[in-house]
Design a protein around this ligand. Sequence first.
Ligand code: ADP
Ligand code: ADP
Length: 236
Amino acid sequence: RGAIRFDNVHFAYDADRPILKGVSFEVPAGKTVAVVGPSGAGKSTLSRLLYRFYDAQSGSITIDGQDVRQVTQKSLRAVIGMVPQDTVLFNDTIAYNIRYGRIGASEAEVEQAADIAQIGGFIRALPKGFSAMVGERGLKLSGGEKQRVAIARTILKSPPILILDEATSALDTRTEQEIQAALDIVSKDRTTLVIAHRLSTVIHADEIIVLRDGVIAERGNHAALIAAGGLYASMW
Ligand code: ADP
Ligand code: ADP
């Protein structure tokens, strides 16, 4: 379950400047579709429309045939796990931040999710910045570590649909590999929309959508798009 369909979606933040100009694609249930394209093409906007931070001006976005505008925010967010570009953490321990994914989770479940996301070592720590209020136990988290907290939270939540909006900030190779390994575990058998800012993550996607200036310029899997020799091939 959890098939996503964008059908002729038009969207503008400001009326005089269209961002998405008739975008249609599907993410079949259980599959992974990655969206790539130049900065400013409208990639992250797609994820914001699916999660309903904003609504499209025309066209439709459906999940299992139901328009996302017809479900409550609460039930929409129950079926979608969002790993945003920049995770904002609560003023509490890493464990608390992970448990937010499913409040009733046991200690063991929180620890297991943290281990998969490779942050098992410091779940009692507090994010730095907040630590001034509580003493010197604070831990300065990098962008990659914050993303891993969001991944652990999503593992615990275990939603049928996953939106992964990759961090635009550069991650070192090891962090990138660790995050990828955790994401491979989370996205397995889930409907996954990846807003890809790193090309290395898209190679195994079932389909790659190349967005340029708010329209789909190319689509296909990695091998087909490389063979086509177009925009995607030129990005490598
Ligand atoms: P991408 O993810 O492909 O880099 P985005 O979807 O983030 O692109 O943004 C597409 C365009 O919309 C960009 O030109 C960006 O500046 C603009 N934009 C993004 N968010 C907003 C906003 N909240 N208000 C106005 N313009 C925005
Ligand atoms: P939850 O689903 O846990 O209630 P939210 O839906 O408020 O959380 O936000 C999910 C994530 O998306 C948060 O980590 C937040 O930083 C990010 N986010 C919230 N609002 C926006 C927005 N307007 N644009 C982009 N990202 C956002």
